[in-house]
Design a binder for this molecule. Sequence first.
Ligand SMILES: C[S@@+](CC[C@H](N)C(=O)[O-])C[C@H]1O[C@@H](n2cnc3c(N)ncnc32)[C@H](O)[C@@H]1O
Length: 218
Amino acid sequence: MSDDEDVPIRVDFRDAATARAWVEETRIKRPFRPRFFAAFCEALVASPKLRILELGSGPGQLAREILVHCDVQHYVALDFSPAMHAIAAEHLGELAHQVTFVTRDFREPGWTEGLGTFDAVVTLQAAHETRHRRHLVPLLTRARTLLEPGGTLLYADHYLDPDTKLRTLMLEREDQPRSLERAGFAGVELRYEEGSMALWCGTRLDLAVVERDVDASS
Ligand SMILES: C[S@@+](CC[C@H](N)C(=O)[O-])C[C@H]1O[C@@H](n2cnc3c(N)ncnc32)[C@H](O)[C@@H]1O
């Protein structure tokens, strides 16, 4: 397989047993994930009545923390796996009433259709599931179109380390914030990092504000 080709799906989260096994394995393999959940919440906690879209929402662990700790008006959990949505609904319990589960493949160009607009798009350990690192900027660019001006992207994923096996999927660490910038996000900053994973925050600029500032300075 050449570096230009998409990496075929090897772990298919649409299979119920695979999805459940991933949740259990990840709990043991990445015990630091709760610190990422907390960093997402910290980035969102000051904002009222949030409309949030999560990409690759999986078992609903991040959704649960955000729903418990932040002021959420509406939460859309997008994933292509009905099996993951079932696990998430179980994990969320009563909180699931605040969540709209959307079963959709974010590799399809039309995945944004009809979703509405959001104050924040969040994603954890899922963007590499586009199956090639070259698809990250298009994914984030489409996500940006769903954000209100001034809206927030919180993107966390693995970056390349010497042990990474599937190098075509992951970016170098320094290319992660660059990808957010290439997708049109401003003020990109690191919010948390551990275990060869980083959480980056970027803002969809309000073009009207930019134009006003340019006018004011000219
Ligand atoms: C490694 S899991 C991470 C789940 C969750 N974000 C978390 O950290 O707990 C990746 C998730 O992305 C979903 N996924 C994979 N490919 C996808 C695609 N093409 N479109 C939408 N979701 C996808 C999987 O079903 C799975 O739930």
